[in-house]
Design a protein around this ligand. Structure first.
Ligand code: SAM
Length: 335
């Protein structure tokens, strides 16, 4: 296939994106990859196990196979590939499937993206203020699962970029169910952490912390970063995928609380998808930036984040290279 033809099929894939996302979410929801991890199954056995009609099986299996998510064995059964075993089986330490379920929860919102792009406004009047206050317990759970799936990978890459062994007490602001706090505590045995988030998140976080065996090192503080001061006594504050949820004024309110809350000499670390200065990518931060357009936030450049930290009073900004998932900007509260 020549380059231009290949480009045409990439355009088709973008146009079919909604169908692809829903089909993958369906396969995850019925537990197809979990089942295939135990044993390879014939097409008929998959139909029987999940009650799927013969009419739908060829399309579903072909879609998953052509995307490298299942493969046909020599005896004609279907098995997981190394990619699905690593990222789509729930019991895998690298499970990333929760992201797909998270996006399924945004479907109603996604239909409004053209309006948000045209108007520059989020799809609900108050953007993320509406979203976080409007979550049902079930939505809170799928959101947490999606965030955790992201954090499993984000936490590891953050630990490679920033040396957290130089810190004693981490405050993970908007830390959700603790994906980052857990990853960083595991990588740094002397680090203690506080997750700061809204009340409905507490139980989900403490479940995860207990499952990780870290209740002696990670605790949870309830509060809103728009209404309460942050818990004191921390020498490092993490804002992971927080600033990109909010407009500039809200960001400055959050950064003001971080500045007041952190110990003098302490470090603030911002980790989230960031865009190239020249608006040329990367792909994941760009796509996530479109979601932020819809929800009321913005994926910013590293320079812009460093500027905002400066306006809040932080000094000595440091920026990571531009990374495919989250880039990092840190700065210090002067003594
Ligand atoms: C996009 S998630 C990021 C979660 C986590 N930091 C991560 O990177 O996986 C945003 C988090 O901010 C929390 N949040 C939203 N509004 C908040 C508020 N007013 N005060 C404290 N946390 C808030 C949400 O509950 C959610 O956990």
């Amino acid at each position: 296939m020549d380059d231009l033809t290949a480009a045409r099929f990439r355009i088709y894939a973008l146009q079919d994106g909604a169908v692809r996302a829903q089909a993958l979410a369906f396969a995850l929801t019925i537990g197809l990859f979990d089942r295939l991890e135990r044993e390879a199954l014939s097409r008929e056995a998959i139909g029987e196990a999940f009650g799927l009609a013969p009419r739908v099986l060829p399309a579903l299996l072909s879609f998953l196979a052509s995307n490298g998510l299942i493969e046909r064995t020599a005896d004609g059964r279907f098995a997981n590939t190394p990619a699905s075993s690593a990222f789509l089986v729930r019991s895998s330490a690298r499970y990333a499937g929760g992201r797909g379920l998270l996006f399924q929860g945004f479907y109603e919102a996604i239909a409004h993206l053209p309006e948000s792009l045209a108007s520059g406004r989020p799809w609900t009047p108050e953007g993320q203020h509406d979203m976080f206050s409007g979550f049902s317990p079930e939505q809170q759970r799928w959101f947490a699962e999606g965030m955790y799936a992201n954090a499993v990978h984000g936490g590891r890459s953050l630990a490679e970029v920033v040396d957290f062994s130089q810190f004693q007490r981490l405050l993970d602001v908007g830390g959700n169910s603790g994906g980052y706090a857990i990853a960083l505590a595991r990588a740094n045995p002397r680090l203690r952490a506080t997750i700061f988030d809204l009340e409905p998140v507490r139980e989900l976080a403490m479940e995860r912390v207990a499952a990780a065996g870290l209740t002696d090192r990670i605790n949870f503080a309830v509060g809103s970063f728009f209404e309460s001061e942050l818990p004191r006594g921390h020498d490092v504050v993490l804002l992971s995928s927080i600033l990109h949820d909010w407009d500039d004024d809200d960001c400055m309110a959050i950064l003001g609380r971080c500045y007041r809350g952190i110990e003098p000499g302490g470090t603030i670390v911002v980790a989230e998808p960031m865009l190239a200065e020249e608006a040329t990518g990367p792909d994941h931060p760009a796509a996530s930036g479109l979601t932020m357009v819809l929800l009321g936030g913005e994926n910013r450049t590293r320079t812009r984040i460093a500027e905002m930290l400066g306006h809040a009073g932080f000094t000595r900004p440091w920026v990571s290279e531009l990374l495919p998932q989250n880039s990092v900007v840190s700065a210090v509260r002067p003594w």
